[in-house]
Design a protein around this ligand. Structure first.
Ligand code: MSP
Length: 644
């Protein structure tokens, strides 16, 4: 009997709305949990929200709400976002819930009562003086500052002196090192393991376990003038949700006797790999088996940040691509574990090629032939067909290979197994050309080929189910299957599908998506992000780009357009001629700022009418969600100069 499997995500701060970074880890955990369930393992998947600390109190005050109201509101957006993404977590833990508070108080008591091996108190009181960043919820060292400021929040930390209770971390580091080195505590990937061992070598100090200045937190059991340090509070969620406070049976099942995996990005390594194991050792509980710290990603090459406005809202992705395709797209951008880039600009192209084409189209083609030649019933297999051996071989090992990847956290490789089978089935279908068999009256061969395609698709529906559960259920319904036969075991033999059942496909599994077109309005006229008409792989031919004539122009006059907040009407000098251009830049530039400015104009556009005013050209501008900057040549060139 395999031990039960318990997987967690970090609990996310409620002072931000869910974004694609949170979604990434949550989807990954959901996929891993679903795979283990497929393999028949008892699995528990926990996520939740981290709701205490001064940042939350500040955000609540700003929003004019009580802290609890504020937390309730944001926690609900996380719950909703995960539901929209098809996340099937067993529980959602909130650090302001009574069960969590009770558990934190219990672990505080346990740590307070604990002694180190040489008989010292694990928790002791002392004064702490330091530089505190409210953004990070932590004290920073002088070394960490850049120009005297927090490198992440770009704000000066406050100098703080307060009475604190300390946790004797130093006493536990040798044990933690030994557990890591023996493999009892697995830290993955290897690079992260080395990082943790390096941190231990740096002779870290003890950490402060409480805060005097923060009020929005859990009061210490032994000094109610202080609240528990947010990380002590937050890390305890992993056990508070599974009965640590008052359900020992549940706790033993999902912690003491389970295989515990904490999943997160590498940003919170120190807390999880050192503080948390030390807290557990002090409290006399076993350690988690595995900590997997995946990489950090940028979006289209840029670091995600609120100020840049490039944080993708998972709900927007779901609205555009659906839950399943969003899950697929997010996880297939780069290998799981390393740092990477999420290429949001290529989502549509990738959706069309992997999902609409390779998978959706295959299903439609197979179903069409079955409807036309097999009375809409799953045909019988007559055992032999050209090239069938190759397909059977690939298909029969796909599910086990994919699951083996999952147990090593190679999510991208597991998904690739499904896609490889899909491409092999396409190849088999194209190479055997069953439509020709139908014409030639070779019905046994036709049946065998079509049956084999259905069978490969059934296996695909299992292998890709953890990443695209709703769509794979739809695929299973095509063959009259439901979730009951959805097991890893079922996917390891080729030939299980019963013949004779009805085949029906109401609508394409993944309808093709159109790339967004230029909108014929002023916004688009000044929007260089909108792409023209890229070909299948999203790239323009050089000849296509060469058609665009760009010229330097100088703005002669500028005025606001009546009743249109966004528009400025410009007269520009293009060297050989003067032109009128209406540009959607009024919220970013005043008429005064524009006059005399050199700009770059797309000069060979057909004239357009914007709010009834003729516009002959577009200005180039760089923009993000909230900002827009006109592109200006870096040198004094005469109007009319070419741009290449
Ligand atoms: N509340 C703490 C965690 C406490 S757990 C006991 C916290 N919250 S957070 O909201 O900042 O979430 C951090 C986590 O969000 C990362 O560890 C990672 O799982 C996810 N990510 C946020 N941005 C991300 C990327 N750009 N790339 C990858 N993961 C991303 O820290």
């Amino acid at each position: 009997m395999q031990r039960p499997f318990y997987i967690t995500t970090p609990i996310y701060y409620v002072n931000a709305r869910p974004h694609i970074g949170h979604a990434y880890t949550t989807i990954a955990a959901d996929v891993i949990a679903r795979w283990h369930r497929l393999a028949g393992r008892e699995t528990y998947f926990l996520t939740g929200t981290d709701e205490h600390g001064s940042k939350v109190a500040e955000a609540a005050a700003k929003a004019g709400l009580t802290e609890q109201e504020f937390c309730d509101r944001t926690a609900a957006t996380f719950v909703q976002a995960w539901e929209n993404l098809g996340i099937r977590n067993n529980d959602f833990i909130r650090t302001t819930s009574p069960r969590h508070i009770k558990a934190v108080r219990k672990i505080l008591d346990a740590m307070r009562a604990a002694k180190t091996a040489d008989g010292q108190d694990v928790v002791y009181s002392d004064y702490y003086e330091g530089l505190y960043c409210t953004g990070c919820e932590k004290f920073l060292t002088e070394k960490e500052l850049v120009d005297g400021k927090c490198p992440y929040h770009r704000t000066e930390p406050e100098k703080v002196r307060e009475k604190n209770y300390f946790f004797r971390l130093t006493a536990f580091l040798p044990t933690i090192r030994a557990r890591i080195e023996s493999g009892e505590l697995r830290i993955l990937p290897e690079e992260r393991r080395r990082e943790v061992l390096g941190l231990i070598d740096q002779e870290l100090g003890d950490f402060s376990l409480s805060r005097e200045r923060v009020t929005w937190g859990i009061p210490l059991t032994f000094d109610d003038a202080q609240v528990a340090y947010v990380w002590v509070d937050a890390l305890s969620n992993y056990i508070s949700a599974i009965g640590y406070a008052d359900d020992r049976e549940m706790f033993d099942k999902w912690w003491t006797n389970a295989d515990v995996v904490h999943l997160m990005a590498k940003d919170i390594l120190k807390f999880h790999c050192l503080y948390w194991p030390a807290m557990l050792l002090a409290a006399g509980e076993k350690l988690p088996e595995t900590l997997f710290l995946h990489g950090f990603f940028t979006v289209d090459g840029e670091k995600m940040s609120k100020s840049l406005g490039n944080q993708i809202d998972p709900n927007d992705m779901v609205a555009e691509f659906g839950a399943d395709a969003s899950r697929y797209l997010v996880l297939t951008q780069y290998p799981f574990g390393v740092d990477g880039d999420i290429q949001a600009s290529r989502f549509v192209t990738q959706y069309n090629s992997d999902l609409a084409n390779d998978l959706g189209n295959l299903v439609s083609r197979v179903v069409k032939l079955i409807q036309a030649h097999c009375d809409s019933k799953i045909p019988a297999s007559f055992g032999k067909a050209d090239r069938l051996d190759v397909l059977q071989q690939i298909a029969a090992q796909t599910a086990e290979a994919a699951y083996a990847h999952i147990t090593e956290f190679r999510l991208h490789a597991a998904i690739a197994e499904g896609l490889t089978l899909c491409r092999a089935t396409n190849k088999f279908f194209n190479d055997t050309a069953p439509w020709k068999m139908a014409k030639a009256g070779k019905f046994e061969s036709l049946d065998t080929v079509l049956y084999s395609c259905c069978e490969a698709l059934r296996i695909i529906s299992v292998v890709l189910w953890p990443v695209m559960p709703a769509k794979m259920n739809e695929l299973r319904e095509v063959f009259g299957l439901d979730e009951s036969g959805l097991t890893l075991d079922d996917a390891t033999t080729f030939g299980k599908l019963q013949s004779g059942g009805e085949v029906k496909l109401a609508k394409p599994l993944f309808p093709r998506l159109e790339k967004k077109k230029d909108k014929p309005d002023a916004g688009a006229q000044s929007d260089p992000n909108d792409k023209g008409s890229p070909n299948e792989d999203g790239l323009l031919d050089i000849s296509e780009f060469g058609k665009v004539q760009l010229r330097v122009a100088q703005v002669l006059t500028a005025e606001k357009v009546e009743k249109a907040d966004k528009l400025l009407k410009l007269q520009v000098d293009l060297g050989s001629e003067q032109r009128q251009i209406v540009a959607g830049i009024a919220q970013h530039y005043s008429p005064e700022q524009m006059v005399g400015r050199k700009v770059i104009v797309v000069a060979n556009l057909k004239p357009a009418k914007i709010r009834g005013i003729e516009s002959r050209g577009m200005l180039l501008a760089a923009k993000s969600k909230d900002s827009l900057y006109i592109v200006t040549p870096d040198g004094d060139l005469p109007p009319g100069s070419g741009v290449s």
